[in-house]
Design a protein around this ligand. Structure first.
Ligand SMILES: Nc1nc2c(c(=O)[nH]1)N[C@H]1C(S)=C(S)[C@@H](COP(=O)(O)OP(=O)(O)OC[C@H]3O[C@@H](n4cnc5c(=O)[nH]c(N)nc54)[C@H](O)[C@@H]3O)O[C@H]1N2
Ligand SMILES: Nc1nc2c(c(=O)[nH]1)N[C@H]1C(S)=C(S)[C@@H](COP(=O)(O)OP(=O)(O)OC[C@H]3O[C@@H](n4cnc5c(=O)[nH]c(N)nc54)[C@H](O)[C@@H]3O)O[C@H]1N2
Ligand code: SF4
Ligand SMILES: [Mo]
Length: 671
């Protein structure tokens, strides 16, 4: 039988949101390639998605519901029908609601799929149920808070504008792993003569794209930005006209804050030589249109929001925010393209219920009272792997009186602890609507292949649960496609003027951003707000990070790998092999000081836990830093714990975000 080709969208939590071409034979995806007609994908995929068919048709896919037969966490289950599984869940929930109230039920989800309908399909159900609400702040709310403090609702420039820049700074972003299609524009800028600087904590794979790499001490970038502004101000390199007309609070910053950050002090705080601070400051100020692509890593610290805010002030001094090809790209805000409230249905709540921070799941499961969490429903997330303080979470999941349901594609670290496991479809088996956070593209997709085994989508599963719980709203009886049609029938100003014909063919299309939009500042004052009177601290300044772990000698970078996405893709053996196992990278001096050698098994430890790694000794990581790329499944780890057994539940300064990178550890040889 000949193959047919269906368009689809990469569902993962990646800024690129690629368009896919899926070749299907006999109901199976046999090949997945990048859509050459997609404006950002341009026909190429990242290494993770080159063989998406191996994920979709993996022999490890869950194909039926499962009910626990062994001890909690033992991974012993029997097969069950959907009828039995749903009836079991509904009966246990009714008991729990009668005894403790519906707030004793906690949903837990994040970004296994980014499709608007499948991702959010639990919201109406749990709102109607009156369950506790989850504060979904694991990723980068501090980054948003920092950007908003300075730039308000100003949209990001089109990512391809970077090609028109003459100085590109990749700041805290490992774009070669996490945003590869953005590098297309960076390479184009380079071809036209631009210089590219990378500011990270170790030499990531992105270092190859950069002309210069500088590695500040983790958590110290705020001081670096203040040092750059000090030099620009001191040397009279400020764009006076731009600042006078379009910036609020530069004079206050220059008078009260900048004098404290001469390059010598910045060197002491960041480890970056004073001469390099001066060199970059001059280069930045003299560039025609300097462009900063800001990652999220540096926001996952106790001082994360303030760090981002400080960096966001920098382009204002030289007028870069007013120039095409210049400014700062943090992420695109494409949310208003669709009436998302028609999916999330906050109006189904009788009253706003308690909010539980997802980063503090360990605390929620082990310490929360009034009512305690008695039931956990996990869907498209893997908290036993991705959420900080793994040991606290595992203690919680091990509670005999906790009823845990996990809706998953694979037997993940979390699913292993479930009482009931429900098999989930992959994105190729469902309909959805996508928007991006690294581009202005939107796209609709329909199933390319039938559901694998008895797997069901998030949307269809909540429909079953709604029926079992006796919810009679017609909302729960519509199909995902009906809901998508409804969303598309509601016009929004952001979608005005899209190429509807292409969109209706299932192709990725761009929201038409007015060319001057990023240069019209949507803040209360209409200016770039270096001084923001609505913030507890009206001016940016340097705040120290938490550095959880006290005096331990190494800052732990919980960084992304090019061969996985958070804890996704570990079902593909070839991708695990490309990572070379679950490694911890350190500088030769750190290894030598401890008598450790490359390739050896070591234990990383702090007050929260101990994790076995394979040691990689490399000059690409500076002294004082250790790097653990990837969020491994314990099944493929050297020991029984993975990286987040070392990270902390403490939150960021603003936005209640995670502080993954803000942890100290030490390492020793395994006994
Ligand atoms: N291949 C791959 N792609 C991914 C992901 C993945 O895991 N793998 N994850 C996806 C998700 S959910 C997200 S949110 C994005 C994240 O995409 P990125 O923003 O690129 O990734 P982050 O983990 O946020 O961190 C980026 C870089 O910040 C660096 N960093 C950490 N602390 C500091 C610091 O104090 N200063 C500086 N200058 N740099 C610092 C880290 O070393 C890392 O290289 O990527 C998405 N895409
Ligand atoms: N150490 C460390 N920890 C991290 C990070 C890090 O860089 N380092 N990154 C952090 C960040 S930025 C984020 S955003 C979080 C991400 O946290 P998560 O969103 O939990 O990330 P994933 O590992 O992608 O897990 C998603 C799960 O969803 C499942 N899934 C996929 N599609 C579907 C579906 O349609 N339905 C259902 N029911 N399941 C589905 C997948 O099989 C997968 O196991 O992790 C955070 N944790
Ligand atoms: S993970 Fe990112 S780069 Fe890779 S295919 Fe998906 S959207 Fe594109
Ligand atoms: Mo994320």
């Amino acid at each position: 039988m000949s193959a047919t080709i269906t368009r689809s969208v990469c569902p993962y939590d990646c800024p690129d949101t690629c368009g896919l071409l899926v070749e299907v034979e006999n109901g199976r995806a046999v090949r997945v390639t990048g859509d050459p007609e997609h404006p950002f994908t341009r026909g190429t995929l990242c290494p993770k998605m080159l063989h998406y068919e191996r994920t979709v048709h993996s022999p490890e896919r869950l194909t039926t519901p499962l009910i626990r037969t062994g001890a909690k966490g033992a991974g012993e289950f029997r097969r069950a029908s959907w009828e039995e599984a749903i009836a079991t869940i509904a009966a246990r929930w009714q008991e729990i609601i009668a005894a403790h109230g519906a707030e004793a039920i906690l949903p837990y989800s994040y970004a296994g799929t980014m499709g608007l309908v499948q991702r959010n399909s639990g919201h109406p159900f749990f709102h109607r149920l009156g369950a506790s609400r989850l504060e979904r702040t694991i990723c980068s709310p501090a980054k948003e808070a920092g950007w908003q403090a300075v730039m308000g609702e100003t949209p990001a420039p089109h990512p391809d504008e970077v090609a028109e820049s003459d100085l590109v700074i990749l700041w805290g972003i490992n774009a070669a792993a996490t945003n590869i299609h953005f590098l297309h524009g960076v390479r184009e800028a380079k071809r036209r003569g631009a210089a590219v600087w990378l500011i990270d904590t170790y030499e990531t794979p992105t270092a190859k794209t950069a002309d210069r790499v500088i590695l500040p001490r983790p958590g110290s970038d705020g001081a670096l930005a203040l040092g750059l502004m000090h030099v620009i101000s001191r040397e009279g390199l400020v764009d006076r006209a731009f600042v006078a007309e379009r910036v609020q609070g530069f004079a206050e910053l220059a008078e009260t804050i900048l004098p404290d950050y001469p390059p010598e002090r910045v060197e002491a705080l960041t480890g970056i030589p004073a001469a390099t601070v001066e060199e970059l400051a001059r280069l930045y100020a003299k560039a025609r249109a300097p462009f900063i692509r800001l990652g999220s890593g540096l926001s996952r610290y106790g001082n994360g929001a303030m760090t981002i805010r400080t960096i966001c002030a920098l382009p204002a001094l030289v007028g870069a925010y007013g120039k095409r090809g210049g400014g700062l790209f943090a992420s695109t805000s494409t949310g208003p393209a669709f009436a998302l409230k028609e999916v999330t249905r906050e109006d189904f709540q009788a009253r706003p219920t308690r909010l539980v921070n997802m980063n503090r799941l360990g605390h929620a499961l082990t310490e929360l009272a009034d009512p305690p969490v008695m039931a956990l429903y996990v869907y498209h997330s893997n908290p036993a792997a991705v959420t900080p303080d793994q040991n606290a979470i595992l203690r919680g999941l091990g509670r005999d009186d906790l009823f845990t349901v996990v809706h998953e594609r694979f037997m993940t670290d979390t699913a292993r602890w479930a009482d009931v496991v429900l098999p989930a479809t992959s994105s190729l088996e469902t309909s959805d609507l996508y928007r991006a956070y690294g581009t202005y593209c939107i796209q609709r997709c329909r199933p390319a292949v039938p559901p694998v085994g008895e797997s069901r989508s998030n949307w269809d599963t909540f429909a079953l649960l709604a029926e079992a719980m006796g919810f009679d709203e017609p909302f729960f009886r519509q199909s995902a496609d009906e809901l998508i049609d409804r969303l598309l029938a509601i016009p929004t100003s952001m979608r005005e003027g899209i190429d509807l014909a292409r969109f209706n063919e299932g192709k990725g299309v761009e929201l038409p951003l007015p060319a001057d939009a990023p240069r019209t500042f949507r803040t209360p004052s209409g200016k770039v707000e270096i001084l923001n009177p609505r913030e507890p601290e009206p001016l940016p300044r340097f705040l120290p990070a938490h550095e959880e772990g006290g005096t331990l000698p190494l800052m732990l970078m919980t960084a992304p790998t090019p061969y996985a996405l958070n804890a996704s893709f570990y079902e593909q053996e070839e991708l695990r092999e490309k990572q070379g196992g679950m490694c911890l990278m350190v500088n030769p001096a750190e290894a030598a000081a401890r008598g450790l050698a490359d390739g050896q098994r070591v234990v990383a430890f702090n007050v929260r836990g101990e994790v076995a790694f394979i040691l990689r000794v490399t000059g690409g990581v500076p002294a004082g830093v250790a790097v653990a790329e990837g969020v491994w499944w314990s099944a493929h780890a050297p020991g029984d714990r993975t990286v987040n057994a070392l990270t902390s539940q403490r939150l960021t300064d603003r936005g209640n975000g995670s502080t993954f990178y803000d942890t100290r550890i030490d390492i020793r040889a395994t006994a």
